[in-house]
Design a binder for this molecule. Structure first.
Ligand code: ZN
Ligand code: ZN
Length: 446
C-alpha cells in the first residue's frame, strides 16, 4: 500500500515530495518483511549446491509470477531472469542475487538449520547457506514484490537476475570449466540479450558489520581471483643419491619462493596489492625416496587489473625457468575465477544519498576493498555496477566475535533483510535521475 502524505498550507493542499516518496518505500519494505524472512528461512533450510539450485529456482519463478513479473529461464542451468516494466519510460536496470549454498555442515543450531546432504564433486557432502545467498535471494524477491506493486512509480524496466553457482558448481571441474557456471554462463546464455540493462546493482550480507548498515567504496570493492595449478616432473631416485635423479621437491620449493618474488620484486605496489598463495602440495610416499612428481594448487588475488595481468603473465616464466635450472619439467595452468569487482565511480557517487536513505544514515565508506572475490565482477565489465556490503550481525553484539561468512556458525540477522529490500527498491527508483550522467561517464571510460 502506498501512502500519499498531504500537507495543508494556507488553504492549499498538495502531495508532498520527496519526503512522502521516501516514506512509502520504507513502509513497503516493512510490509514485505515477514514474507522476506519466511522466504529466507525456507531457502536456508533447503540449501542447494552450485548448479543444482533446482528447487530454489522453481521457488523464485513461482514467486515472481505471483507478483505479475515476466519470467525467463534457460540461463546457466538454474538461472532465472524476471522482467518488470515500469509505468513510466526510463532505463533498463538490473538487480542481482545469487542462489547457491556451500558444501559444508551447518553448526548454528537454528530452528531452521540445514540437515541437507548432496553430491559435491562426486562425493556426498553436507550443504549449508554459509555465505548468505539465501538472504540475497529472499531480499531480491521482497524487492520484486514491492516494485511490482508500485509499478506506477518506476521510470524504466527492472531486470531481476537470480544466478546460480557463484561459489562454483557441484557438478563440473571448476578449474577447467569455470566459464560454464555463474555470472559468466548467465551472460553467455543471453540473460541480457532480449532486455539489455545499462546498470547493475548487487548486495552481499557480511558478518561483523551491524545489521541494517551499508558499507561500500568507489573503485575496487573485492579482489580478483585466479586459480593456479602447477605440476613438476623430475626423475625418481633413492633419497641417498639425489645426483642420480632430478628432484622435483627442491625445484618446487624454489618455485614457491620465486613466486613470492613476483609480488615483492616485479609488481608496482604503488598501484595496489597482489597475493600468490600455494595452499596445497602433494608429492612422494616415503622419506628416503625422491619422487617423480609434485603437484601444487594455489590462488592469485589482486585489487588492480594491471597488477593481476602482470602476475598472470609472469608466473609461467618464473616456474618454467626455475624448472629449467633444476632440469625438471613444469606445467602451469591458470584459470580465471573473477576479475576485480569495481564500483563505477560516477554511479557510486550518484547513489550515495540513496544508500544513506536506505540505511537510515548507517553507511560507511570503506578505506580498503575486501580480500574476497565475486563473479559479480563480470557484470561490471559490461555496464556500470555497484556492489554494496550489508551488515548481518545484530548491532548489540561484539562485531569481532561474529562467525564470518563460510563459517559453520555463520548467521544472518533477519532484521537486516528489510534494509536490503529497501536498498534494491531505491536503486530502481533513484537511478533514472542520474542515468544520463552515469552513462556519459561510462562511455568516456570505455
Ligand atoms: Zn561465499
Ligand atoms: Zn557470497
Amino acid at each position: 500500500m502506498r501512502k500519499i502524505v498531504q500537507y495543508a498550507v494556507m488553504g492549499l493542499t498538495f502531495a508532498s515530495s520527496p519526503l512522502a516518496l521516501a516514506d512509502w518505500v520504507k513502509d513497503a519494505a516493512q510490509s514485505v518483511e515477514g514474507k522476506t524472512i519466511q522466504l529466507r528461512q525456507h531457502i536456508h533450510q533447503h540449501p542447494e549446491l552450485g548448479n543444482m539450485e533446482f528447487e530454489t529456482s522453481k521457488l523464485v519463478q513461482k514467486e515472481l509470477k505471483s507478483y505479475g513479473i515476466e519470467v525467463k529461464t534457460g540461463f546457466a542451468k538454474t538461472g532465472v531472469i524476471g522482467i518488470l516494466k515500469g509505468a513510466k519510460p526510463g532505463p533498463v536496470m538490473a538487480l542481482r542475487a545469487d542462489m547457491d549454498a556451500l558444501p559444508m555442515q551447518e553448526k548454528t543450531n537454528l530452528s531452521f538449520a540445514s540437515q541437507v546432504k548432496a553430491i559435491y564433486q562426486g562425493k556426498e557432502s553436507h550443504v549449508m547457506h554459509a555465505c548468505g545467498h539465501d538472504a540475497h535471494t529472499a531480499m531480491l524477491l521482497g524487492a520484486a514484490k514491492v516494485l511490482a506493486e508500485n509499478k506506477a512509480n518506476i521510470a524504466g524496466t527492472v531486470v531481476f537476475v537470480f544466478q546460480p553457482a557463484e561459489e562454483g558448481g557441484a557438478d563440473i571441474d571448476n578449474f577447467s570449466q569455470g566459464d560454464q557456471i555463474g555470472s559468466r554462463k548467465m551472460i553467455a546464455d543471453g540473460a541480457f540479450k532480449q532486455v539489455k540493462p545499462e546498470v547493475i546493482f548487487g548486495l552481499h550480507v557480511i558478518a561483523g558489520i551491524p545489521s541494517g548498515h551499508l558499507h561500500y567504496k568507489s573503485g575496487a570493492i573485492l579482489n580478483s581471483a585466479d586459480n593456479l595449478r602447477i605440476s613438476v616432473n623430475g626423475q625418481q631416485v633413492h633419497g641417498s643419491m639425489p645426483w642420480a635423479g632430478r628432484d622435483p621437491i627442491v625445484a618446487s620449493a624454489q618455485m614457491i619462493n620465486n613466486l613470492q618474488s613476483i609480488i615483492s620484486r616485479r609488481t608496482d605496489l604503488t598501484q595496489g596489492m597482489g597475493v600468490v598463495s600455494i595452499g596445497h602440495i602433494q608429492a612422494g610416499t616415503a622419506g628416503n625416496i625422491i619422487p617423480e612428481q609434485v603437484s601444487m594448487l594455489g590462488t592469485i588475488r589482486s585489487n588492480n587489473e594491471s597488477i593481476r595481468e602482470n602476475i598472470l603473465k609472469t608466473i609461467p616464466q618464473v616456474v618454467e625457468h626455475t624448472a629449467a635450472a633444476h632440469e625438471v619439467k613444469a606445467q602451469v595452468e591458470i584459470a580465471a575465477y573473477a576479475p576485480v569487482t569495481m564500483n563505477d565511480a560516477t554511479l557510486t557517487e550518484a547513489m550515495t544519498a540513496t544508500l544513506k536513505q536506505a540505511a537510515n544514515g548507517n553507511v560507511k565508506i570503506l578505506a580498503n576493498n575486501a580480500s574476497a572475490s565475486e563473479d559479480f565482477a563480470y557484470y561490471g565489465k559490461l555496464m556500470p555496477s555497484l556492489f554494496v556490503f550489508l551488515g548481518a550481525t545484530p548491532a548489540h553484539q561484539d562485531m569481532k566475535k561474529a562467525a564470518p561468512n563460510h563459517s559453520p556458525y555463520f548467521l544472518v540477522d533477519d532484521a537486516t533483510l528489510k534494509t536490503g529490500v529497501e536498498s534494491h527498491v531505491r536503486f530502481i527508483l533513484d537511478y533514472p535521475k542520474v542515468a544520463s550522467q552515469v552513462q556519459s561517464a561510462w562511455r568516456n571510460k570505455i
